[in-house]
Design a protein around this ligand. Structure first.
Ligand SMILES: [Zn+2]
Length: 492
């Protein structure tokens, strides 16, 4: 934890942090929200522009229907109520990367309200974090402060991003710890990815987060004065920034000072936040309804169409995986981390003879090796198809569990998938009845005491004999056949 001071645990524990998050998500439409310009990332600066997104006088915005559909889709996945009528509003401020002098956003009549995201609480249950509102707006351009020979003297503006569609998702101040903020963001990103309305790529700015944070004595109900931390570009940094900022605020209060309502920036190299501007300099945006756009009406039929197209969301999928495949909560979470992975697992499990065995192998054999090798599941050398193949081989008794483990080890060692390893290392399995009988006879002859026990009714001794035969065959005997032949001979 980033520590600002030598505050004792007792002092820190006297205060409760209150955190709210504002997240901007870029929608994956091909064109901008109010014009036909491309939204493609990385094109040469100022090539995807037109009179509308350059804010030239007289140009009129036309709303992109796909952007509305995507925004509604995200709002529904976040359990929001959709307002049938919402209003676009002008948010007025001057900034070099905002050529119109205002941003088209939504203000007192947003597209959607009253949603929530569930995060795990520390008692093994769930905590619901409220979503106040979700509204649509356009992005501004981008100021380029460095990377040019004369960057010392000039700032360049790239307006390719001007007019790219965004949704802003504002949470209730329901979070009480930086970890909760981290969980909220993780879940939010996961849900948005499932809906397919954004790639949530933080490096490219498709997901941006601002955090509001204050502290209050635990006995106090009224919120303390909050500060806003802006433009942090990873979930980890947001957690760190919050940890620092909470301690900083407690320190100020403990030393008799007052928190100033202000915007602060986080420097991840130093692990500290710095004041950017105080609230006195804050903008008065003078919102008013956008006169060039009609109220946005999302009727029941449109809503139904979007709702019907929603995929199974991570929460529901997790619960189903636990019920259907008997995996643990934790593994269900890993398996549903992306829709792609969840689909791979499911199609492999369904194609296998015994879906539960696939789930079981993922849990016992795959996860442990991934962890030991420091690999994420997407980097696994063994694909879900490979797991399914190994499950079928084990199910049929073609490979013993020891062989399976050895093959998994080899797959991780050589970074090759299971089918390839199996093809090369296919155990020379002994399925020749004569050879197996010979081994069994030897084992029986060498262990008369156990034979006696077995024949006296202690059937569990059979396991001992199977083990001995497997050992004698160096793990190459066909376990199913050994079982069958052994039983016959012992029962004789
Ligand atoms: Zn344009």
């Amino acid at each position: 934890m980033a520590t600002t001071s030598a505050l004792s645990r007792e002092v820190l524990a006297k205060y409760e942090p209150v955190i709210g998050l504002e997240v901007h998500v870029q929608l994956l439409t091909a064109t901008k929200i109010f014009c036909g310009c491309s939204t493609r990332f990385g094109d040469p600066p100022n090539t995807n522009v037109c009179p509308v997104c350059l804010g030239l006088p007289g140009a009129l915005p036309v709303l992109n229907a796909k952007a509305v559909e995507f925004a509604v889709r995200a709002a529904m996945a976040l359990h929001c109520c959709i307002n049938e009528t919402s209003i676009f509003a002008r948010k007025n401020y001057f900034y070099p990367d905002l050529p119109k002098g205002y941003q088209i956003s939504q203000y007192d009549k947003p597209l959607a309200e009253h949603g929530y995201i569930e995060i795990p609480d520390d008692k093994g249950g769930v905590k619901r974090i409220g979503i106040t509102r979700l509204h649509m707006e356009e992005d501004a351009g981008k100021s380029l402060h460095d990377g040019f020979p004369d960057s010392k003297d000039f700032t360049y503006i790239d307006l390719n991003r001007s007019g790219v569609p965004l949704i802003e998702i504002v949470s209730e101040p329901d979070m009480r710890a930086p970890d909760e903020a981290y969980e909220y963001l993780t879940r939010l990103k996961e849900i948005i990815l499932y809906t397919g309305v954004s790639d949530c790529n933080m490096e490219e700015g498709s997901l941006r987060c601002d955090a509001n944070v204050s502290v209050r004595p635990r006995v106090q109900e009224k919120f303390g004065t909050k500060t806003e931390i802006k433009n942090v570009n990873s979930f980890r940094f947001i957690r760190e920034a919050l940890e620092y900022e909470i301690e900083r605020q407690i320190e100020v209060i403990e030393s008799g000072g007052k928190i100033t309502q202000e915007t602060r920036l986080y420097n991840p190299n130093e692990g500290k936040t710095y004041s950017m501007r105080s609230k006195e300099e804050a903008h008065d945006y003078r919102y008013f309804p956008e006169p060039d756009l009609l109220p946005l009406v999302v009727d029941a039929e449109f809503q139904k169409r979007v709702r019907d197209s929603l995929p199974e969301l991570p929460e529901a999928k997790r619960n189903r995986f636990v019920a259907e495949y008997g995996v643990t909560e934790y593994d269900a979470q890993v398996l549903t981390a992306s829709q792609n992975l969840a689909d791979q697992f499911e199609s492999a499990a369904r194609a296998a003879r015994n879906p539960k065995r696939v789930a079981n192998l993922v849990q016992t054999e795959l996860m442990g090796r991934l962890k030991a090798n420091g690999l994420a599941i997407e980097q696994s050398p063994i694909s879900m198809k490979g797991v399914a193949m190994s499950a079928d081989l084990a199910e049929a008794g073609t490979i013993s569990s020891k062989m399976l483990k050895d093959l998994y080890d080899l797959a991780f060692e050589r970074r090759e998938d299971f089918p390839a390893i199996y093809e090369k290392e296919k155990p020379q399995q002994i399925s020749d009845t004569g050879a197996l009988e010979k081994m069994i006879d030897e084992v029986i002859a060498a262990n008369p005491k156990q034979v006696e026990q077995y024949r006296a009714g202690k059937k569990t001794v059979a396991g001992f004999f199977v083990g001995q035969v497997m050992k004698a065959s160096k793990g190459q005997a066909n376990p199913a056949m050994v079982n069958e032949l052994l039983t016959k001979k012992l029962e004789r």
